[in-house]
Design a protein. Structure first.
Length: 330
């Protein structure tokens, strides 16, 4: 007998960058999409405002397993995408316990809720390249040992391995996407890429004079978030669960990002960027650059937006935002 349930997916962290792109993608695929949102007077729905009449929003919290069980029982999703976390690396140094509760133990609570309510639910865990930290090899693959360099990275390692544990212990279809940095115009202003593009637009429009940053030599593997959510979905369509690195396979420095962003509007970054020790991390990761061969070979996934196009897209969007032409990107 075939499963007659509608294609329904539950997304935790739906109000974030990845959640909004994934919700769009799944709605276009014909899914019913349920967004899990914490009860709070400060929740922002800006990124999904254009989708709200097509979504179901339910209250739930990764700190409260009972609320997760209730959400699963009420909506009976076939797929669950766990994108919720305290996801800002710098904040994790100041709030390490909260980061552990949400980004690490929160994964356990959600997996356990699935085990209790319906073990046939397919589960996606948002793992992170920050787990590699002090890298053991370049490029990094699914088999590269982890050595996280922040409380956020440590918490993500826990979330990753508890996903593997539940997969092996309870035969859950649970997969992890080890996503390298992925950006977009919807990225929060606290992230360096969006901080740069927003500042470039502000300087271009005469509203800001300088941009203060930390380590300009830090290098990352940056891609477009809209491309990466497709990989999340593809993982849950496979017969067998597994873990996949999702990345561009290229590495670029913060300095290079600045150079391209300012040059896009005809400016020289050296005239405006100031290095400020206040923005240096207590412990920096090494050269993060991934190898997505498994995702490309098994999932058939390919990125579509290159680094230069991503930078230009973000700068243009911030110029439009500051000129009042766009809404809901910050």
């Amino acid at each position: 007998m075939t499963d007659q349930r509608p294609r329904r997916a539950l997304i935790s962290g739906i109000t974030g960058q990845d959640g909004s792109y994934l919700a769009e993608f799944l709605l276009d695929k014909g899914y019913e999409v349920v967004g899990l949102v914490r009860r709070s007077s400060m929740v922002s729905f800006e990124r999904i405002a254009h989708l709200q009449d097509r979504l179901t929003i339910v209250s739930g919290d990764l700190l409260d397993e009972a609320s997760l069980i209730e959400a699963l029982q009420q909506h009976r999703p076939a797929e669950v995408y766990n994108l919720a976390a305290q996801s800002f690396v710098q904040t994790s140094f100041g709030q390490p316990v909260l980061t552990g509760e949400t980004t690490a133990l929160g994964v356990t609570r959600l997996l356990d809720a699935i085990r209790i309510v319906d073990p046939s639910i397919r589960f996606y865990q948002a793992s992170s390249s920050e787990m590699f930290g002090k890298v053991r090899e370049v490029p990094q693959t699914e088999d590269t040992p982890f050595h996280p360099r922040s409380p956020y990275g440590v918490a993500k390692v826990y979330g990753h391995w508890i996903t593997v544990n539940y997969r092996e212990s309870y035969d859950l279809h649970a997969s992890s996407g080890i996503l390298f940095n992925h950006e977009s115009p919807r990225r929060g202003l606290e992230f360096v890429t969006r901080k740069i593009t927003h500042a470039v637009a502000s300087i271009y429009l005469g509203r800001q004079r300088e941009l203060r940053l930390g380590n300009l030599e830090a290098k990352r593997d940056w891609g477009y978030a809209g491309d990466y959510v497709k990989a999340m979905w593809l993982m849950l369509q496979q017969d067998q669960p597994d873990d996949y690195v999702v990345c561009s396979g290229e590495t670029h420095s913060v300095r290079e990002f600045c150079e391209l962003a300012f040059a896009h509007l005809g400016m020289d970054y050296q005239e405006f960027v100031v290095v400020d020790e206040a923005f240096m991390r207590p412990a920096e990761v090494d050269l993060l650059v991934g190898n997505a061969d498994r995702a490309e070979r098994t999932l058939g996934w390919r990125r579509e937006v290159g680094f230069g196009d991503l930078v230009a897209m973000m700068v243009d969007a911030d110029v439009d935002l500051l000129q009042g032409k766009l809404k809901g990107l910050s």
